[in-house]
Ligand binder design. Structure first.
Ligand code: NAD
Ligand code: SER
Length: 314
């Protein structure tokens, strides 16, 4: 990667990824794009362009004028928000990704697509979920993710495009709040721990999901995009995860640093149903073998850092 265009740069991943990339590749070589400029480092700390990813002409022109060799396509609508307006979610997640892929193909750029644990469904083996397995998701978000995983494979095979991608687990971070997903509880719990000393979980006790701390996600994107292509047997949609836990375990981890922390439950049927349709824990061996995936944060190390950072911030 030398000149990088990031879509959805004002989101939970984008605000941190843009800053990370600008440190690695130079501020002027990373163009942040999103629907609109908002206060913050991604919009204000370097080049920024307003771009609706559903507009193919605008996408192509923005890519051409910046001269990017890589597109990191983060713009999207997350799982729970998607269920509130499925066709809007489909429009952004499918038509927006098609426009992004076409623009990248036209200008010879490499392409990164963030898939998700949502690409799996109730019939997928839920423990140690294999890299290659049944994918019959039950959310519109998941259906779009599987479709775009396959389309990225197709662009590689048909056009020789350098498409690569990851299946992210729930991402936990302190810079930007998550954008309406099912794993969001594992971010909100830290905010409420600092603000109130307690949290009411919308995910039920005993519900396991894969998770990862944001620094590991940023490193994974860069490591995959810089990997030797000859080693990539899968290319798109690598399973990655750093930990799998249920609400009681994250609460217990927080209690190690805040002994008085308490948690109760008010389960949201929509998000609980989505969570139950997703794997409990992913097999990440393909990512380890093909490009050296190696997350550094476990649950307790993440809790310690999240609580310290949020204490400062809040
Ligand atoms: P987010 O909701 O925080 O941010 C998405 C960004 O996309 C927002 O800034 C929004 O303004 C922008 N956007 C929405 N519609 C747009 C459009 N039409 N044109 C341009 N920009 C548009 O999402 P995120 O958490 O940063 O996730 C980024 C990507 O990673 C998404 O594709 C998401 O599905 C995927 N992902 C995220 C997680 C996670 O836990 N955060 C997990 C798995 C996959
Ligand atoms: N964090 C995301 C969500 O819950 C997973 O893709 O929607």
């Amino acid at each position: 990667m030398k000149k990088i265009l990031v879509t959805g740069a004002n989101g939970q991943i984008g605000v941190e990824l843009v800053v990370h990339l600008r440190k690695l590749y130079g501020t002027e070589n990373v163009l942040a794009t999103d629907l609109r400029r908002t206060p913050g480092a991604a919009s204000e700390g370097g080049p920024f362009a307003a771009l609706d990813v559903r507009d193919p002409k605008a996408f192509s022109e923005t890519l051409r004028s910046f001269g990017a060799d890589t597109v990191l396509h983060l713009a999207g609508i997350l799982s729970a928000r998607g269920e509130a307006d499925p066709m809007f979610s489909w429009d952004v997640n499918v038509n927006g990704t098609c426009a992004a892929l076409e623009a990248a193909r036209e200008h010879g750029a490499a392409f990164f697509f963030p898939s998700s644990i949502a690409a799996f469904g109730p019939s997928t083996p839920s423990k140690n979920t294999p890299q290659d397995t049944l994918q019959r998701p039950s959310t519109v978000y998941g259906v779009a993710k599987v479709s775009m995983e396959l389309l990225c494979d197709y662009y590689h095979k048909k056009f020789g495009m350098d498409t690569r991608g990851l299946r992210f687990p729930g991402l936990i971070s302190y810079e930007a709040l998550p954008g309406g997903g099912t794993t969001d509880y594992a971010v909100h719990i830290y905010y409420d721990a600092i603000k109130k000393g307690s949290y009411t979980s919308f995910i039920a006790q005993g519900t396991y999901m894969d998770m990862m701390y944001m620094p590991d996600a940023l490193n994974a994107i860069v490591r995959l995009m810089e990997a030797d292509p000859a080693r990539l047997l899968h290319r798109n949609a690598f399973n990655i995860s750093a930990m799998s836990f249920e609400p009681e375990q994250i609460a217990a981890s927080i209690r190690k640093f805040m002994p008085g922390f308490t948690m109760d439950y008010d389960v949201d049927p929509l998000r609980q149903g989505i969570a139950e349709s997703w794997p409990d824990s992913l097999d990440c061996s393909a990512a380890r073998e093909e490009w050296g995936f190696a997350p550094e944060y476990d649950l307790d190390r993440m809790s310690e850092d999240m609580l310290a950072r949020l204490k400062e911030k809040l």
